[in-house]
Design a protein around this ligand. Structure first.
Ligand code: MFK
Length: 253
């Protein structure tokens, strides 16, 4: 709390770039948890929020039967607290997903001003359920792997009846970036290499299965396959390179 108020107050008043960058380097990583996305955070970790933000990774009425079936399957593999406080081991965890980044993390005026009040996460920028990116990410920490269940909405059309290649790249970047961020902290995409093997029908549900290939210093190499929900058809393959950065890099430091 003290750190947060300190950061907000100082950043609000400091405009000199080098000094601002130095201060941003001091902000604890927890101040950017939603950007890291990743380590399943609970809303209670954002005490300055007046109301809990919507978790977009939870089922909503637009989800198809197949989307729900897959959600329930992976949810059943998740670690759960049982009666008596014991945890049912599962190895998997669902990651919450919000449509804003720094404002929720810091809760204060300063950072929301830096990023502008209207900024929204690209993949969560419409309130119309089912229209664009409906997805949920399940992480398996010990396997260094995550699975994203993705239902492509009608606003993502590219070739008639099929999903736009840029939208596919976006959900791949999100899945790979979530895995890299989970494993390596704050990262940015340096390189994405995508092979489009077969079109993804609009409205269908696909699985994006991402794994860690290797970590070399600041470089995290990850890769994924996008398949039909039953795994029988390969739609897309991709590799990604993510570079670990200081927080200040996001602000031009
Ligand atoms: C809240 C939910 C979030 C869900 C996840 C969403 C994920 C979305 C992630 C994104 O979309 S990020 C936005 C798109 N990416 C960018 O805008 C990044 C723009 N590029 C940069 O900011 C910098 O180029 C970058 C941080 C990637 C690297 O700059 P640095 O100055 O920190 O690193 P440097 O250039 O010193 O390179 C470090 C190492 O990485 C290597 N490297 C850097 N860029 C590379 C590249 N493009 N290809 C291959 N190698 C690369 C570089 O050669 C070097 O290797 P060595 O250490 O072995 O010498």
């Amino acid at each position: 709390m003290v750190t947060r108020v300190f950061c907000q107050t100082v950043l609000h008043t400091v405009s000199a770039r080098p000094l601002r960058s130095a201060i941003l380097r001091l902000i604890p990583r927890t101040a950017l948890l939603p950007w890291l996305s990743s380590r399943a955070v609970s809303v209670s970790e954002w005490p300055l929020l007046s109301s809990p933000p919507r978790d977009y990774s939870l089922p909503n009425p637009s989800w198809s039967t197949e989307m729900r079936r897959l959600y329930e399957y992976y949810d059943s593999l998740c670690e759960k607290e049982m009666e008596g406080g014991e945890k049912k081991p599962g190895g998997w965890g669902r990651l919450p997903s919000y449509n804003r980044t720094l404002k929720y993390a810091a809760g204060g005026k300063c950072l929301s001003k830096l990023l502008k009040e209207k900024a929204r996460l690209f993949t969560r920028n419409t309130e119309e359920q089912g229209a664009a990116f409906e997805y949920v990410v399940f992480m398996n920490k010990s396997e260094k792997r995550c699975v994203c269940i993705f239902q492509a909405g009608h606003l993502l059309e590219g070739p008639p009846g099929n999903v736009h290649g840029g939208a596919i790249a976006t959900i791949i970047d999100t899945s790979l970036g979530t895995l890299a961020g989970y494993l390596s902290g704050i990262v940015m995409t340096a390189n994405l290499n995508i092979n489009y093997c077969s079109p993804i029908p609009l409205g269908s549900v696909v699985l994006i299965d991402s794994v860690l290939d290797k970590v070399e210093g600041r470089k995290t190499f990850v890769s994924c396959q996008v398949t039909s929900s039953d795994g029988s058809k390969l739609h897309t393959e991709a590799t990604g390179l993510f570079i670990s950065i200081n927080v200040g890099h996001l602000f031009g430091g």
